[in-house]
Write a protein that binds this ligand. Sequence first.
Ligand code: FES
Length: 135
Amino acid sequence: MTRRRIGLKVNGEERGLEIEDNAILLDVLRDGLGLKAAREGCGVGACGSCTVLVDGNPISSCLTLVRTLPDGAKITTVEGLANGNDLDPVQEAFLEEGAFQCAFCTSGMMLAVKALLAENPRPTEEEARTYLNGN
Ligand code: FES
């Protein structure tokens, strides 16, 4: 298996990684970097529990080959939302509303909401439902 080096900025930290050509982003985040919030639910891009942000855009990390990312891509996982003990407003809102159900997909939901609000700060309920239908 061919290996390559790639540089990513993960939750604001420069990370130099040596990966195999077929390395999947979800596996690299969880097993390589110890960031366990993104989880594999379906493994086929249908449930959103593995959602992370790449340069601000939500993607299914279970389907993403790391080698397809641009060198220096900015990856945000839910571990990168809070600033120390200060939660991100999206995290605060989830807490206030008890929006967790079983919590398996919560990190993906939070990141999708973060991306939605960056794009559209005041979405209607219908716009939010449409945007989040992949989660
Ligand atoms: S695990 Fe379901 S979309 Fe990635």
